[in-house]
Design a protein around this ligand. Structure first.
Ligand code: GN1
Ligand code: CA
Length: 110
């Protein structure tokens, strides 16, 4: 779910955690489609609970496990300028790696 809050990756992670959930981390196409619906409804891109902060190119969930599902846009992840460790979702449902300091819509899962 979302409450419309927008913030950087750390802000979003913290907010979901405080609410007793975690930043949405889709593990299959159905879960990704649910997040895509929110992106379309709010007309705002979201950050997922997935990043490659620890090891460049190895995207993981917040619990440190390697991702089992991805939906990258063609040509992504490209680690543009060497500073893209977070993952945003476009209205198409496709993913792009993006700097974690950007502000995106929150979507928590419980
Ligand atoms: C953006 O602006 P550009 O094309 O250099 C984006 C990347 C995307 C790319 C997709 C900082 O890069 O994450 O992969 O578009 N970088 C930023 O075309 O927004
Ligand atoms: Ca990118």
């Amino acid at each position: 779910m979302t409450n419309g809050y927008e913030g950087n990756f750390d802000n979003l992670k913290q907010r979901c955690s405080q609410a007793g959930g975690q930043l949405a981390s889709p593990q299959n196409a159905a879960e990704n489609a649910a997040i895509q619906q929110i992106v379309v409804l709010y007309n705002k891109l979201v950050f997922l609970g997935i990043n490659d902060i620890q090891t460049e190119g190895r995207f993981k969930y917040l619990n440190g496990e390697n991702i089992v599902y991805s939906n990258w846009q063609t040509g992504e992840p490209n680690n543009d300028k060497g500073i893209e460790d977070c993952v945003e979702v476009y209205s198409s449902g496709k993913w792009n790696d993006k700097p974690c300091g950007e502000k995106r819509l929150i979507v928590c899962e419980f």
